[in-house]
Design a protein around this ligand. Structure first.
Ligand code: FMN
Length: 208
């Protein structure tokens, strides 16, 4: 009897820790998406390349909606990654905090927000210098003679009638799994994986 209750107690403690680790993961993501640089502001986003090969690049985390299990980053609708997401919406992201020694891995399904109020808000809130490249008539990845050729002749404001607005979009990722690897304590690494079904997240410790 005592043994059983000890086991239950142990399980309970483990559950609390799993929950705490999950909270930390969301805190990290929220900090990454807030203004200013944080360890998870820039994450690596991997898609399935159109010829089936992996395709990965850095992106800036812009919004985190924990209740909806969503994260956003922005991109150009003409970019290779948007074509890849249209062909196969599965996406994975990874980030690492070298000071905290924490890795976060995310998996989900991406959709492109190419119009509507959320896109308009995102456009209006963006700094003008970060919108410049959306205005160039050249699609990202076009071969050019020199780097300056990529820039538009003149700067525009936040108007939505400018070409850049059409090229700008949000990549919205509906998260399905979240994995945290904490290497901060030597010889006591912690790795936990959280999977979502509907609004329910289930956590599981896994061997690092
Ligand atoms: C620090 C950093 C942040 C970046 N953030 C973004 C971003 O938020 N969105 C984006 O489309 N590209 C971003 N890029 C550029 C991409 O990594 C990539 O070069 C570009 O989007 C083209 O990728 P693609 O050809 O796979 O579409 C960033 C690059 C760096 C180095």
């Amino acid at each position: 009897m005592l043994m059983v209750s000890n086991v239950n107690l142990l399980k309970k403690e483990q559950n609390v820790s799993l929950l705490q680790l999950q909270r930390r993961a969301w805190d990290y993501l929220r900090a990454g998406a807030s203004n200013g640089r944080a360890p998870f502001t820039v994450m690596q986003a991997a898609t399935i390349g159109r010829r089936g090969a992996p395709s990965v690049r850095a992106v800036v985390l812009r919004h985190v909606f924990e209740a909806e299990h969503l994260i956003d980053f922005y991109t150009d609708v003409r970019s290779e990654k948007t074509a890849e997401v249209r062909a196969d919406p599965r996406i994975a992201l990874v980030g690492y905090d070298p000071e905290g020694m924490v890795q976060l891995r995310l998996e989900g399904v991406a959709s492109l927000v190419t119009q509507g109020a959320d896109k308009k808000r995102a456009w209006d809130a963006s700094r003008l210098h970060s919108l410049v490249l959306y205005r160039t008539p050249l699609s990202p990845g076009t071969s050019i003679d020199c780097p300056d050729d990529a820039y538009p002749a003149q700067a525009d404001g936040h108007g939505t009638d400018v070409a850049g607005y059409q090229n700008f979009c949000i990549v919205r990722v509906s998260l399905k799994t979240l994995e945290m690897l904490d290497l901060s304590v030597p010889a006591a690494h912690k790795r936990a994986r959280y999977s979502r079904t509907g609004d329910e997240w289930t956590g599981q410790w896994i061997a690092p």
